[in-house]
Design a binder for this molecule. Structure first.
Ligand code: AP5
Ligand code: MG
Ligand code: ZN
Length: 214
């Protein structure tokens, strides 16, 4: 099963992608997580990506596309994968299509997790993340068992650098300008499916399962 998660920043793409990856035993590939891991390790890619991410802007396609194509060519992606945060521009979607085409493959679904802008700011300001294992929480909606501590690995939870209100506003603008056109792109290919992302996370997952089956 090859899936794309679409949706605004904070819509819950990552939350759902993790659940999907676990349930269907396929890798979860998040470009945001890959960039953050590179920033944490201080790599050249991380240094370049950080300049854009801190502004809420997109990392240029040339730094992003090859990275994803290399990743999905790996052995563990043979039975499928779930892409989270990629593609995010029409050129990225075209690059993905071209690479899969060349391998005689295609994406199965693009799932749009739909959440209105009004809900987004609150989600972002309450988000806490574990930089060690990638788990994500929300201080009100999905709190960890012990405040500030990751349930899964015991590491301290942090707020993401780009979750400041001003940066979130810019990320939303960038989303509407550059990423939202992908909804029509995948609608035209007949693989777009929309779920209501304002529901509790288990219900959103249920709606996704109903689409994917099993
Ligand atoms: P990325 O990491 O992809 O960030 P994003 O798209 O802005 O999305 P988020 O990760 O913020 O939100 P999410 O939808 O995953 O929501 P989550 O599940 O965490 O990208 C960051 C940056 O990297 C970009 O700005 C860009 O600079 C760069 N980048 C990445 N990919 C790129 C690309 N392809 N091209 C160019 N640049 C790229 O949930 C959010 C919060 O809500 C959490 O607290 C969660 O616990 C809570 N929550 C989730 N579901 C629910 C629910 N159902 N009810 C209540 N709360 C919920
Ligand atoms: Mg995410
Ligand atoms: Zn953790």
């Amino acid at each position: 099963m090859k899936l794309i998660m679409l949706g605004a920043p904070g819509a819950g793409k990552g939350t759902q992608a993790k659940m999907i990856a676990e349930h269907y035993s396929i890798p979860h590939i998040s470009t945001g997580d890959i960039f953050r891991a590179n920033i944490k390790e201080g790599t050249e890619l991380g240094k370049k990506a950080k300049e854009y991410m801190d502004q809420g802007a997109l990392v240029p396609d040339e730094l992003t596309c090859d990275l994803v194509m290399d990743r999905i060519a790996k052995d563990d992606c043979k039975n499928g994968f779930v892409l989270d945060g990629f593609p995010r521009t029409i050129p990225q979607a075209e690059a993905l299509e071209k690479a899969l085409d060349a391998a005689g493959q295609s994406m199965d679904y693009a799932v749009d997790v739909d959440v209105p802008d009004e809900n987004i700011i609150g989600r972002m300001s309450g988000r806490r993340a574990c930089l060690n294992c990638g788990a994500t929480y929300h201080i009100v909606a999905i709190p960890p068992k012990q405040e500030g501590i990751c349930d899964k690995c015991g590491e301290k939870l942090v707020q993401r650098d780009d979750d400041k209100e001003e940066t979130v506003k810019n990320r939303l603008k960038v989303y509407h300008d550059q990423t939202q056109p992908l909804i029509q792109f995948y609608q035209d290919k007949d693989i777009l499916r929309t779920v209501d992302g304002t529901r509790p996370m288990e219900e959103v997952f249920g709606a996704i399962q109903a689409i994917l089956g099993a």
